[in-house]
Design a protein around this ligand. Structure first.
Ligand SMILES: Nc1ncnc2c1ncn2[C@@H]1O[C@H](COP(=O)(O)OP(=O)(O)O)[C@@H](O)[C@H]1O
Ligand SMILES: [Mg+2]
Length: 305
C-alpha cells in the first residue's frame, strides 16, 4: 500500500531524514519508533504531501505521492503531532470544518461528524468550545478530524503525547479497530510500550535513518536479547560456581540474584542447581526481552519514556 524508497530531507545543515526506506502492507500497523528529533514528523510530512523530499520516492496505492497529488491525499487521514483545532469553535464545528475540507457536505457531513464523535465518546461535549477541553479531549477531536472521511490510510504522529491514561487507551483502541477493518496505519511514537502493544511491524528510527525493522519478535531475535531472571531466597551457602550453560550471573545482592539466560531450558537447570545445593528459593521472576534492550543495542542509547 505504501512504499518509501531512499527519501531524504535536509534543513540547512540538519539531515532530518537521511535515506529512509520501508514498505507497509494493506491493513498493517507500521510503527516508527524513535526519540525526539529522530525524523518522525518530517517523514510523516513527506508522506502526507506537506513537504517534498529532496530525493527519493514515495508510492501510495501505486501513485506517486511525493508531489502532493490530490487523489493520494483523499486516501489519507493525517493526525498531526501539533493539535490543529480552532479553540473558539466547538468540537462539532471543528469537525464540520475538517469534513468540509475533505469534500463532505450536508447530510453526509452531519452523519460522519456524529459517527466520529461517538467513536471517541465525545457526543455529550461536542457543542462545548474546544478551548474548554482537556488535553485528552483535544487529542480525541484531533483524531476525529483525520478520520472523518473514512480514509484508507491513516498517518498518526505521536497521537498520545502528554495525555491521560484513559484517553490513551481509547486512542489505541480506535487505531486497533481501524486496522482490523483493513485500514493501513503508520504510527509514530517514542513510547516503547505503545509500539510493542500496537504495531505489527516496527522500524527503529534515529538520526533520520532506520536502524532495524521487523515484528517485535524479529527485532528481539535480531539483537539476541536474553530473558532476565530474578531469583530471591537464601543464598548464603551458594558459591556461584558451576552455572548451567546459557546462564550468566548479572547482579548479586543479599537475598536476590539476577541472571540473564540465552536459552529457555536453562532456567530449569538453574533452579535444579539451587535445589541440589539445598538452597531455599522464595520467588522467581522472568522478564522477557523487549524493545528497550533492542533500542539500546542498536543505537547505544536508552529510549526513555
Ligand atoms: N522546519 C524545520 N527547519 C529546521 N529544522 C527542522 C525542521 N523540521 C525539523 N527539523 C529538524 O529535523 C530533525 C528531525 O525533526 P523531526 O522530524 O521533527 O523529528 P521527530 O518528529 O522524530 O521528533 C530535528 O533535528 C529537527 O530539529
Ligand atoms: Mg515529531
Amino acid at each position: 500500500m505504501i512504499e518509501v524508497s531512499e527519501i531524504r530531507k535536509q534543513f540547512g545543515e540538519v539531515r532530518a531524514v537521511d535515506g529512509l526506506s520501508f514498505k507497509v502492507a494493506e491493513g498493517e500497523i507500521f510503527g516508527l519508533l524513535g526519540p525526539n528529533g529522530a525524523g518522525k514528523t518530517t517523514t510523516i510530512s513527506m508522506l502526507s504531501g506537506l513537504l517534498a523530499p529532496d530525493s527519493g520516492t514515495i508510492t501510495v496505492a501505486g501513485m506517486d505521492a511525493s508531489r502532493g497529488d490530490r487523489r493520494v491525499r483523499a486516501l489519507m487521514g493525517v493526525i498531526p503531532q501539533e493539535i490543529a483545532l480552532y479553540e473558539e469553535l466547538s468540537g462539532r464545528e471543528n469537525l464540520h470544518f475538517w469534513g468540509g475540507l475533505y469534500g463532505l457536505t450536508g447530510a453526509a457531513l452531519k452523519r460522519e461528524t456524529d459517527r466520529v464523535l461517538d467513536m471517541v465518546d465525545l457526543t455529550d461535549r461536542a457543542d462545548d468550545q474546544v478551548g474548554k477541553y482537556s488535553g485528552g479531549m483535544k487529542r480525541r477531536i484531533n483524531l476525529c478530524a483525520g478520520l472523518i472521511h473514512s480514509p484508507k490510510i491513516i498517518l498518526l504522529d505521536e497521537p498520545t503525547l502528554g495525555i491521560d491514561p484513559q484517553a490513551r487507551i481509547k486512542i489505541l483502541d480506535i487505531v486497533k479497530k481501524e486496522a482490523e477493518s483493513g485500514t493501513t496505519i503508520i504510527y509514530t511514537t517514542h513510547y516503547l510500550e505503545e509500539a510493542e502493544e500496537l504495531c505489527d511491524r516496527i522500524a527503529i528510527i534515529d538520526k533520520g535513518a532506520i536502524h532495524a525493522e521487523g515484528s517485535l519478535a524479529e527485532l528481539v531475535d535480531l539483537v539476541g536479547e536474553e530473558d532476565m531472571i530474578t531469583v530471591t531466597g537464601d543464598f548464603k551457602s551458594w558459591k556461584g560456581d558451576n552455572l548451567p550453560e546459557g546462564v550468566r550471573l548479572d547482579h548479586m545482592e543479599e537475598g536476590s540474584l539476577r541472571f540473564y539466560i540465552s536459552r529457555k531450558d536453562s532456567l530449569g537447570s538453574l533452579l535444579n542447581s539451587f535445589f541440589g545445593a539445598g538452597i531455599s528459593v522464595e520467588s522467581v521472576s522472568i522478564r522477557e526481552p523487549g524493545l528497550q534492550g533492542v533500542f539500546l543495542k542498536l543505537t547505544g542509547r536508552e529510549l526513555r519514556d
